[in-house]
Ligand binder design. Structure first.
Ligand SMILES: [Zn+2]
Length: 400
């Protein structure tokens, strides 16, 4: 971990910020007037960071993957977003509430949230209870190309930015945003210090679509019905595509990267972008094994995310950590916890304030009751849920 586990530890915080962390005995002497609470046999971890989620889809149930594969699954989501305005507002409001409540219940205190409905979700999230980096999502390809400027303006609208809500920008994916759009998002992100995110190399068919405009993504466009031939082709696959639009030089968040050959791995490793692997979503779609260990070994930041409830049973990020512990039982458990704390914080550009228990950082914690001498392993090898979660020093109260 960023800081190694401390036995008989204490943490002192004030006004939502950590002042000190160390041995309980030492801190009791140093801060004799602090209000004390003994948590007993609890391991206290940094509040978890779910680096890739779509809160506005939290009312979805993932069921079995559609027979038509990933593109067919996407089409279902496109149809959901074409509900009439009043209906979408109530659906999204309800979904965000469910999503926030689930996050808090599962010990998540910060999220990287992708939102297609920023004008609905941001007013709901601006005042807490969860820390949110809200990446406004843009889709604007082919005949929808002209919508790009307007959609970028919505995504980058900082009206609802607050201590709880940071604005970010997310061109959806290389099969829904053209190179000029990725470049413009990059510029807007750099000018405004907005973090950037996109979905990349999520499905094997992306390369074929980019180079020839054929395959399941083209079928998706047929169903949407607004294709035109002015979309540029690109040869070399999605990772080189991201490189060509200048995205790998930045600490951008690349969700998934489920497909990455050795040459692409070298390209990624030479850049600064980070990867968010979503283990249960990855399993849902039956992708070949993810190369997260190779990526980490090559110095790429890899964090974990749940993705949305449309492809994952729920937002229990610890279950995603459990899945990779199952896949790689020899991989150090401390490093798995890093992927849901400090590496998640890095992925959403928040490592200055969240992701570890250190003086000056936000007093965001999650406590798990433990019995053994190896608590980090114990949590991964059991079905334990948090005993309590704190955000900004306040214990979270769960809402029905
Ligand atoms: Zn996603």
């Amino acid at each position: 971990m960023d800081a190694p586990p401390i036995r008989d530890a204490a943490v002192v915080f004030h006004s939502g910020t950590i002042l000190a962390v160390g041995s309980a005995q030492h801190l009791r002497q140093k801060y004799p007037h602090a209000i004390r609470e003994d948590l007993g046999n609890v391991v206290l971890l940094p509040g978890l960071v779910n680096a890739h989620v779509h809160l506005e889809l939290s009312d979805c149930r993932c069921g079995k993957p559609p027979a038509g594969g990933f593109a067919a699954w996407l089409l279902q989501l496109v149809q959901r977003n074409s509900q009439p305005g009043s209906q979408i507002e109530s659906t999204v409001t309800q979904a965000v509430r469910i999503g926030v409540e689930q996050c808090l219940r599962f010990g998540i205190t910060s999220v990287g949230d992708i939102t297609r409905q920023a004008s609905i979700t941001r007013p709901l999230l601006r005042d807490g209870r969860l820390r949110v980096t809200s990446y406004g999502e843009i889709q604007a390809m082919a005949q929808r190309r002209n919508l790009f400027t307007e959609r970028l303006a919505v995504a980058a609208d900082a009206t609802f930015a607050s201590d709880w809500l940071r604005i970010g920008i997310s061109p959806h994916a290389p099969y829904t945003v053209e190179p000029f759009g990725f470049a413009a998002c990059r510029t807007a992100g750099m000018e405004n210090h907005f973090p950037l995110a996109t979905h990349l190399a999520e499905a094997v068919e992306e390369a074929e679509f980019l180079s020839h405009h054929t395959g399941p993504f083209r079928e998706l466009w047929k169903a949407i019905g607004q294709w035109d031939e002015r979309v540029p082709t690109f040869t070399g696959g999605p990772i080189r595509f991201a490189q060509s639009v200048g995205w790998l030089e930045l600490p951008a968040l690349l969700a998934h990267v489920n497909y990455c050959d050795d040459e692409e791995m070298s390209i990624l490793a030479a850049g600064r972008a980070g990867v968010v692997y979503c283990p249960r979503t990855h399993r849902y779609f039956g992708h070949p094994p993810h190369r997260w260990r190779d990526m980490l070994a090559r110095g790429v930041n890899v964090a974990l995310g749940t993705d949305s409830c449309a492809s994952s049973p729920d937002l229990n990020l610890v279950d995603d950590a459990r899945l990779i512990h199952e896949i790689a039982p020899d991989f150090p458990v401390e490093s798995i916890w890093e992927m849901v704390t400090i590496r998640g914080a890095k992925a959403i550009d928040g490592e200055q304030s969240i992701g570890s228990i250190a003086p000056g950082k936000c007093a965001d914690f999650v406590g798990f009751g433990v019995e053994s001498e190896t608590p980090l392993r114990e949590i991964l090898e059991s079905g334990k849920t948090p005993l309590r979660t704190w955000i900004a020093g306040q214990a979270v109260e769960h809402q029905p």
